[in-house]
Design a protein around this ligand. Sequence first.
Ligand code: GLN
Length: 249
Amino acid sequence: MNPSMSLKIAHFYPDLLNLYGDRGNLITLMKRCEWRGITCTVQAVSLGQAFDASQYDLAFLGGGQDYEQNLLQDDFLSQKGQSIIDAVEDGFVFLCVCGGYQLMGRYYQETNGERIECLGALDIYTEAEEKRLIGDSVSESRHLSSAGYDPLLVGFENHAGRTYLGKQVQPLALVRKGGGNNGQDQTEGAIHNNTYCTYYHGSFLPKNPGMADLLIEKALKRRYKQFEQLMQLDCQMENNARNYLLSCK
Ligand code: GLN
């Protein structure tokens, strides 16, 4: 057990960025903490609410359609922007999925050419194309394997945006099946410091327990200097789901 520790999660715009069951990522983090005796709380941080990273250990941004991304853009940049940029550079732990991922970059250009200015917290940009990248996807992460976790990531993607990585970010993984960031360069997602981004909905973490534990571990290490490692959990059910998806051609 990892008793007497707690994890506080900020859930950005749960009412607006929550496509394809993204809330399942929060449920996974909460359960994987609960099963270890770690107290985990989730606080919504939505329109009009400031973000104080010192009150949290981890933050989650889910996916959204272009409409919602436009709707929250001003609040995201003006109300929360600088505190998020500072937290990213300070090694705060973020998980950003699809639309939430795109908003962390420099801009998101819609298919009509309109550009949504984004936060610029990550050295990425996104340009939407008419043909969406939709379907189950599998990718392989050296970052996860070097951290001692299963390198394979499985998920479901549905995005018009094509995201391109600058020199200051690393891909989260390399695509084995599916579109990934842009359907061209075989990259999927992005990593900068402890900010982890992916196009995988589905939701992402229930089928990728290693990724969930990596996020929990990174967040606890920042808060508890004496933290060593997480208690191992039985992942048979999660692996059954993964193995089914990995078996699909
Ligand atoms: N609206 C963005 C796109 O189409 C993000 C979609 C999403 O979050 N699934 O690329």
